[in-house]
Design a protein around this ligand. Structure first.
Ligand SMILES: *[C@@H]1O[C@H](CO)[C@@H](O)[C@H](O)[C@H]1NC(C)=O
Ligand SMILES: *[C@@H]1O[C@H](CO)[C@@H](O)[C@H](O)[C@H]1NC(C)=O
Ligand SMILES: *[C@@H]1O[C@H](CO)[C@@H](O)[C@H](O)[C@H]1NC(C)=O
Ligand SMILES: *[C@@H]1O[C@H](CO)[C@@H](O)[C@H](O)[C@H]1NC(C)=O
Ligand SMILES: *[C@@H]1O[C@H](CO)[C@@H](O)[C@H](O)[C@H]1NC(C)=O
Length: 322
């Protein structure tokens, strides 16, 4: 039944598909092409096959969450111990700006955010997906091992995990040139792009042990000891080889008792990390060049800078798998 729903969705919106006009669905034999580095001079659709070299979103971010609960513990949605969890893999433009929901024929996100392609009222509306949960797609394609991994490490907060996966795919994967539907050739299965995206995200995530890098510097989740941004940055820069972006939520430092009167309005609860790459060829090849988070300008953190201002909280009791 779900296949019918998806087929209807796909055919109704075929016209909206694809990042580049007139791209052929012929097989794109990337094995025969050079893996040009994204964001380099040669990585443009005029010079290379955009299925084999990322020419659209060449600044690739592997993003991770530190959540202390899921909100769906009662349904068995728990966090894996001793590790951060997957957020996604994002295709920023080389200058640091980005697009989203680039192919509405592949819209599986039940809660599009933003709800137009530009985030503004005059952008193209992104219709909410109303079909069945996409975790049902895996079994017919023999992808139960992939599903098992995702259920363990790609965890949503406040909604079922599959909604996060669908959101990441439709909002971000559709804006890589290399995950374009046309890239999969004439013999593709219907969801090759979906599964290959999930597998690629995981391949990047697996070699980015945020928890371990922090732990090696004696920075571990604690509800009694707070940390300094510079120490967290040093630990992760040492592990990764380039500075990642750190995201903090919670109260702003100068809204807390400790930060009263200060001008430091950074967040005080560490909850995200974004690792930046340029990639050789397609991201699917999993050969990234690690680059600093400010390579295209911009800030490397939304966290408070005052010494000892950051909380890296322990997970709530009962929110982690045993
Ligand atoms: C790929 O394209 C080439 C050239 O058009 C063709 O000879 C070959 O049979 C195709 N391979 C597959 C697997 O479709
Ligand atoms: C960033 O790059 C994209 C893609 O090349 C381009 O469309 C956009 O205008 C650029 N933005 C800025 C602020 O230069
Ligand atoms: C998007 O969300 C805003 C704010 O909730 C709402 O006013 C607007 O009608 C929505 N637009 C679409 C296209 O759904
Ligand atoms: C917090 O810091 C911001 C930015 O420096 C400043 O604009 C704001 O007035 C401060 N707020 C308080 C409550 O001190
Ligand atoms: C640690 O603090 C966080 C944030 O207040 C809270 O959600 C969590 O339950 C606490 N964990 C433990 C084990 O007390």
């Amino acid at each position: 039944m779900y296949r019918n729903t998806l087929a209807v969705l796909a055919s109704a919106q075929l016209a909206a598909a694809g990042l580049y006009p007139n791209m052929t669905p012929d097989n794109h034999t990337c094995i025969l092409t050079d893996p040009v580095l994204s964001c380099s001079e040669g990585a443009v659709p005029e010079k290379v096959d955009s299925c084999c070299v990322e020419t659209f979103g060449g600044l690739v971010l592997q993003t991770q969450f530190w959540d202390t609960n899921t909100g769906l513990e009662a349904e068995g949605q728990l966090l894996p111990p001793y590790t951060w969890t997957i957020h996604g893999l994002w295709p920023d433009f080389c200058n640091g700006s980005y697009t989203q929901y680039c192919d509405l024929s592949r819209q599986y996100d039940p809660k599009p955010a933003p709800n137009t392609t530009t985030g503004k009222p005059d952008g193209t509306p992104v219709p909410p997906y109303t079909g069945p949960s996409i975790d049902q797609l895996f079994e017919p394609y023999g992808k139960m091992d992939l599903l098992a991994y995702m259920k363990k490490y790609w965890i949503n907060q406040g909604a079922p995990n599959w909604e996060l996966w669908a959101h990441e795919f439709s909002k971000h994967a559709t804006c890589f040139s290399t995950f374009d539907k046309e890239c999969y050739g004439p013999k593709a299965n219907q969801h090759d792009d979906l599964f290959q995206f999930f597998e690629t995200v995981i391949a990047y995530y697996k070699v980015l042990p945020t928890w371990g890098w922090l732990s090696a510097a004696n920075i571990r989740p604690s509800n009694t000891t707070s940390y300094s941004l510079t120490d967290i940055q040093a630990a992760l820069t040492h592990g990764y080889g380039a500075i990642p972006f750190l995201g903090c939520g919670g109260p702003k430092y100068n809204q807390t008792e400790a930060g009263k009167g200060s001008l430091d309005n950074g967040g005080t609860q560490l909850n995200e990390v974004w690792y930046y790459y340029h990639v050789y060829g397609s991201p699917q090849r999993n050969q990234g060049l690690r680059v600093p988070a400010d390579i295209a300008g911009g800030s490397v953190s939304s966290c408070a800078k005052a010494p000892g201002a950051i909380w890296y909280y322990e997970r709530a009791a009962g929110s982690e798998t045993a």
